[in-house]
Design a binder for this molecule. Structure first.
Ligand code: GLP
Length: 241
């Protein structure tokens, strides 16, 4: 694991955007695995700025998002489909047909999960996967559990995740209780992984990810086995290392 500790969120976001820039510059038809949550917003802002300054071209880039809430319409501003368009896709020259976000509104979730995995495989896998991390060390929506999940699947969100996400909804009742997420296995297959974390609230999850026992109870701990992973942290998230 490579660990980069940055002075603050701005520096982290710049570093992360630079890594995506290098990836897309070296391989213009890169397949990017993308994440939502508040952490990568700064990276997306930097990418839009790089695009506006004509330093990066997304016309051949393909993206796969990690996850989506189950049965939350894409018109809802808390859906991850909405988030990605609002923070990135609407501001760059990516082709709509190259964008993939799991369809949480499907009435056949099993078929959707199989199709999502197939689409990743047909794109020849993910070149670089961006990850955030939950306070319980979840990645995507792979919550602490008794076994690692291989592929895209439907998941019940834990109470702590529902609580953490409640800040984005009017009331806790409105927070979706289920989500469709790429599995730990799908994430692990990415050729490179870049995990972003900021703030003291993530310090313990980061400590357990880096130094803890590898266990599905700490989903991100499996990343210790990955051959090409970088953690980009601010000082607070790195404070327990
Ligand atoms: C959600 C997302 C994760 C994200 C996590 C942390 O649960 N499914 O992909 O990493 O939130 O979010 P934040 O960056 O807002 O702390």
């Amino acid at each position: 694991m490579r660990i980069l500790v940055c002075k603050n969120y701005e520096e982290m976001s710049k570093k992360a955007a630079q890594m995506i820039l290098s990836q897309v510059t070296l391989k213009p038809n890169s397949v990017l695995g993308l994440a939502t949550g508040s952490t990568p917003i700064g990276m997306y802002k930097n990418l839009v700025e790089l695009y506006n300054n004509k330093l990066v071209d997304f016309s051949d880039v393909v993206t796969f998002n990690l996850d989506e809430y189950y049965q939350l319409p894409i018109t809802n501003d808390q859906s991850y489909h909405y988030f990605m368009h609002d923070n990135l896709f609407n501001h760059i020259n990516i082709k709509p047909e190259n964008i993939h976000v799991p369809n949480g509104m499907t009435d056949s979730v099993e078929a959707e999960c199989i199709a999502y995995e197939q689409a990743i495989n047909e794109a020849d896998g993910i070149d670089i996967q961006v990850l955030g991390i939950g306070t319980n060390a979840h990645i995507g929506f792979n919550e602490p559990t008794i076994s690692f999940e291989r592929g895209t699947h439907l998941v019940d969100l834990t109470d702590s995740t529902i609580q953490a996400n409640a800040r984005f909804f009017d009331s806790i009742e409105d927070v979706p209780k289920k989500a469709v997420t790429m599995g730990t296995g799908s994430i692990f297959k990415a050729r490179k992984i870049m995990l972003l974390a900021c703030g003291e609230g993530k310090a313990e999850a980061i400590y357990n990810t880096v130094h803890g026992k590898i266990t599905p109870e700490v989903p991100a701990s499996i990343l210790q086995f990955h051959h090409d992973i970088v953690l980009i942290l601010d000082e607070a998230a790195a404070s327990k290392l």
